[in-house]
Design a protein around this ligand. Structure first.
Ligand SMILES: *Cc1c(COP(=O)(O)O)cnc(C)c1O
Length: 390
């Protein structure tokens, strides 16, 4: 048996070594605090679960759903989008349901890339952008996200030859892993760039509802011309603590949505309708759970930033997402630092190299444990390694 050349190119699982060490430590009975995985720890809101419990009783929901999603789900998305961003979407032509946004992010590459085509992806970034390109036979081009540029890519630095071959451009603000947000002027430049080179902009908006200090992220579809050149990926995973439910959507350019929906109708049969009904309850129901969630993450973020800064770091609080992105101290690379923190403090952090070569020199902390555990983790780090040099 021989895997194909795309599979051969897939990077080995970068966290495998760390995962092995976690296992070994747990076997020894060591209490591990994991700040590694970005999976919300709190439960899905009660009213969403109740709606699911009812919907599961309806035999009509036991049959194949449609891969574009129930019209009532797409209408609920359109309603939420209008209330939240002031953007009117046509539920019939401008929205498609996804089995979690990860599914759409991976599959969009199969819709737009031919061999030799380029997908412009942020580095550091969510690994699925470049993996989708590789699996589809395309070629990812990594756009560096540098701290000195607010973790925004510099479009003017993309080589002309790559831009000409590019079919897709991925962006994600609020950003995983850096926590950065972007302003409207940046996205206006993106739209201009996409027009110039005929590129589909794919904005991953998984953290649209998670920003702090009064920042309220906008949708890039609010901007003039966006709908002609782009789509936005949304997810209920982080907003409503629903990572296990597998539901999200893509919206924007009707042309791109039709193409993605046509692809999907040939490879999947959509989201379990009871889950779609639960998602309707989330989108149309009370939104105070979202505000509460924001406050929870902001408190945790502040605990992490204060704790790190007491140990010698000098980091600014991230503006959004559920992560703190910080440089590793002198004498370490991201992997050796993460291994040392795990061994000496029993705390799991993610090495930045896992998000691309420009993630080297950084590590990521996920804000997915309660404040008392965060404080304990930082206390243990302090005891294990003391104050640090940069
Ligand atoms: C969590 C996350 C997603 C959401 O994935 P789902 O498949 O919707 O659960 C998408 N993009 C980024 C950057 C994420 O961190």
């Amino acid at each position: 048996m021989k895997e194909n050349s795309a599979m051969q190119k897939l990077p080995p699982y970068l966290f495998a070594r760390i995962e092995k060490k976690i296992e070994e430590a747990r076997e020894k009975g060591i209490d591990i605090i994991s700040l590694g995985i970005g999976d919300p720890d709190r439960p899905t809101p009660r009213h969403v679960i109740d709606r699911m419990a009812k919907a599961i009783e309806n035999p009509a929901n036991h049959q194949y759903p449609s891969s574009v999603g129930m019209l009532s789900f797409r209408q609920a998305v359109a309603g939420w989008f209008a209330r939240r961003f002031g953007v009117q979407l046509d539920p019939r032509t401008e929205i498609v349901s996804l089995l979690g946004s990860k599914e759409g992010i991976a599959h969009i590459a199969f819709c737009f890339l031919d061999p030799g085509d380029v997908s412009l992806v942020p580095d550091p970034g969510y690994p699925v952008y470049s993996i989708g390109a590789i699996l589809a036979g395309g070629e990812p081009y990594q756009m560096p996200l540098l701290e000195s540029n607010g973790f925004l890519p510099r479009l003017e630095d993309i080589p002309e030859e790559k831009a000409r071959r590019a079919k897709l451009l991925f962006l994600n603000y609020p950003n995983n892993p850096t926590g950065a947000t972007a302003d409207r002027d940046f996205f206006r430049k993106v739209i201009e760039f996409a027009r110039q080179y005929d590129i589909l902009v794919c904005h991953d908006h998984a953290y649209s509802e998670i920003a702090f200090d009064g920042i309220r992220p906008f949708s890039f579809l609010e901007l003039e011309g966006a709908r002609e050149v782009g789509i936005e990926f949304h997810s209920l995973s982080k907003t409503f603590n629903m990572t296990g439910w597998r539901i999200g959507w893509a919206c924007g350019s009707p042309q791109a949505i039709e193409i993605l929906a046509r692809f999907k109708s040939n490879v999947d049969s959509g989201v379990f309708q009871a889950v779609q009904e639960a998602a309707i309850a989330a989108l149309e129901g009370p939104q105070d759970c979202v505000e509460e969630m924001r406050q929870v993450y902001q408190e945790r973020r502040d605990a992490v930033v204060q704790g790190l800064n007491r140990m010698g770091w000098n980091i600014k609080p991230p503006q959004g997402s559920i992560y703190v992105w910080a440089p590793v101290p002198k004498g370490y690379d991201s992997t050796s630092f993460a291994e040392m923190v795990l061994e000496k403090a029993g705390v799991v952090i993610t090495p930045g190299i896992g998000y691309g070569s420009y993630g080297e020199g950084y590590f990521r902390i996920a804000l997915t444990v309660e404040v008392d555990r965060i404080e304990e983790a930082l206390q243990r780090m302090y005891q294990a390694i003391g104050t640090l040099e940069f």
